[in-house]
Ligand binder design. Structure first.
Ligand SMILES: [Zn+2]
Length: 330
């Protein structure tokens, strides 16, 4: 099966009350860990590359790594550009064979965001590629995207209908309290649960509901939706790392979102933490090792474990590959 777009994935996800995981990829072991997990659970999956990933690995490596994964698995895989900053990077990815791109015009004013998004949509649709856009502004840091907390803004439900209609976009990333990075909230914004884990304030499900009312059935995307899983933070800190007060989005809130119009949930920081945990744990146990295959493989093992957990416990997309392939094949 060739790379697929996200139209069929989102249609089924919306009808079935689940979400598709969009995992960021930067190298071979990350691609392998994610797609091994998705294939084992027969889950559809979106592999996404940021501008930073393209700079790090070279876009051609990433495209071919994803195509290799496709050749050895029988699940639907979409290749998506995460946070395209301008028309040129979106065009370049479309020309490279990506099946989905995000144009992030969230830092422009409303009218300019519409105009610039529309330009990308026209080129993408002419090439059979779908487009995700963003309204509202997430706080946090992810590669080249940096937004200070005081510049962050929730999505205005009043704007979504006009935005979707005038741009022709295929899915919409919204801001309802998620944020980029592993330090999503300051400890003083959180409470502690019985296990001593920092719990942040609840996502703004009221805004999500308002948005759903304005554009019923339209696929919604959540960025910055890692949970900063305490297990991996603990392993990192127990093996020489220093990640104090890292806080993410609790998984029960993401599960709730996955059952709604949210069809795509982005996960990057959790992958970084899982891989770092595997490598740090390996070095602490085997300081004499110097073969990268030994320690990077442990990072890959934790990535696979993490993605299996996300698919089963958060996204609910396990076993959904066949129904999507069926819809695509018509
Ligand atoms: Zn993002």
């Amino acid at each position: 099966m060739p790379l697929v777009g996200t139209k069929e994935m989102f249609k089924k996800a919306h009808e079935g009350g689940y979400a598709i995981g969009a995992f960021n990829v930067n190298n071979m072991e990350i691609v392998q860990g994610i797609t091994d997990a998705a294939a084992a659970l027969q889950s559809p999956v979106i592999l996404q590359c940021s501008a930073g990933a393209r700079k790090y690995a070279n876009s051609h490596y990433l495209v071919h790594l994803v195509k290799a994964a496709l050749e050895i698995s029988d699940i639907p895989i979409a290749l998506h550009l995460d946070h395209g900053a301008d028309f040129d990077i979106c065009k370049s990815c479309i020309d490279d064979g990506f099946t989905s791109v995000m144009f992030d015009g969230s830092h422009y004013d409303f009218k300019e965001n519409i105009a610039k998004t529309k330009e990308v949509v026209e080129y993408a649709h002419a090439h059979g590629v779908v487009v995700e856009a963003e309204l509202g502004k997430l706080a946090g840091i992810e590669d080249d995207v940096k937004v200070a907390a005081h510049d962050a803004a929730y999505t205005q439900p009043d704007e979504v209908e006009e935005f979707v209609k005038s741009t022709g976009v295929d899915s919409l990333a919204i801001a309802i309290g998620t944020s980029h990075g592993a330090f999503k909230f300051k400890p003083e914004q959180c409470t502690r649960n019985a296990d001593g884990v920092l719990v942040p304030p609840e996502l703004r499900f009221d805004i999500l509901e308002e948005i759903e009312k304005r554009i019923p059935g339209f696929p919604i995307v959540l960025h910055g939706a890692s949970s900063v899983i305490p297990k991996y933070v603990k392993i990192i800190n127990a093996n020489g790392g220093k990640l104090d007060d890292a806080v993410g989005i609790p998984e029960d809130q993401l599960r709730k979102a996955a059952k709604s119009a949210v069809c795509k949930i982005n996960i990057d920081s959790d992958l970084r933490l899982a891989m770092t945990a595997g490598i740090r744990e390996h070095f602490a146990a085997h300081p004499e090792h110097f073969d990268p295959r030994q320690y990077v493989a442990d990072g890959r093992t934790y990535i696979k474990e993490l993605v299996e957990h996300k698919i089963k416990e958060v996204l609910g997309s396990d076993g959904k590959a066949p129904e999507i392939m069926q819809l695509i094949k018509g």
